[in-house]
Design a binder for this molecule. Sequence first.
Ligand SMILES: NC(=O)c1ccc[n+]([C@@H]2O[C@H](COP(=O)([O-])OP(=O)(O)OC[C@H]3O[C@@H](n4cnc5c(N)ncnc54)[C@H](OP(=O)(O)O)[C@@H]3O)[C@@H](O)[C@H]2O)c1
Length: 207
Amino acid sequence: MSSITLIGTGNMARAIGTLAVAGGNTVEVMGRDQTKADGLAEALGGGATAGKWAAVPAGDIVITALLYAGVVPVVAEYGDALAGKVIVDISNPFNATFDGLAHGEETSIAGEVAKVAPASASVVKAFNTIFRNVLEDGRPDVFMAGDDAQAKAAVAAFIESLGLRPLDAGGLKMAHWLEGMGLVTVALAGNGVGHWEFALGVDEFTG
Ligand SMILES: NC(=O)c1ccc[n+]([C@@H]2O[C@H](COP(=O)([O-])OP(=O)(O)OC[C@H]3O[C@@H](n4cnc5c(N)ncnc54)[C@H](OP(=O)(O)O)[C@@H]3O)[C@@H](O)[C@H]2O)c1
C-alpha cells in the first residue's frame, strides 16, 4: 500500500482521498485553509491525518489537487519539503473558452512543476482525464505520464490499490497531450456525449 499526501481540500482531493482510504492507503491532507484540511481528514476517516501547510508531507506520493494556476506556485512554495517525493499533478489548465489550453503549446503544468520541484523529486501527470463524479462511481482507466519509471511504478501501484487500471502514456512531454485529452473529454461532455458520466479509456481488439 502507498502513503499519500493530498495538497488541496476540494472535490478531487475528497474523491481521490476516499478511494485511497478504501484501498488501505495511508492518507494525509494539507490545505492552505487548515480548517478545511482538518475537516477533510476527519471526513475521510480510516486514520487520515491533516498536515500543516508547506511542511514536509508524510506521504511518499504527493498529489497536488489544486486549481491549475496554483500548482506551480505551491510546489515552489513547498520547495525542499518535496525532496525525494513523487509529485502527481492532476490539473486541467483550460482556457476561458474551453477550446484550448491556458499555457503555451509545448509545455504542461506537470512540465512546469518539474522545473520548480527539487531535483530529487519526480513528477507524474495522472487523473486529469477523469471527472470527479466518475472517480466516485466508476472504474475508469487512469492515464499517466512521467520520465521516472520508478515513480510511475509507484503511482501505478497506488492507482491499482484504488481498483483502477493505470495506463502509461510515456514521458513527461506527453503530459501536454494528457491535458489536451482532458480538454477533449470536457468537449465531448458538452457536445457528442452530452453528459458527464463517462471517461475516455482503452478497448483492445487483439482478435
Ligand atoms: N473536478 C473534476 O472533475 C476534475 C477532474 C480532473 C481534474 N481536475 C483538476 O483537479 C484540480 C482540483 O480540482 P477540484 O475540482 O478539486 O477543485 P476545487 O474543488 O475547486 O478545489 C480546489 C482546491 O485548490 C485549492 N487552491 C486553489 N488555488 C490555490 C492556490 N493558489 N494555493 C493553494 N491552494 C489553492 C483550493 O483551496 P481553498 O479551498 O482554500 O480555496 C481547494 O482546496 C484542478 O486542477 C482540476 O483541473 C478536476
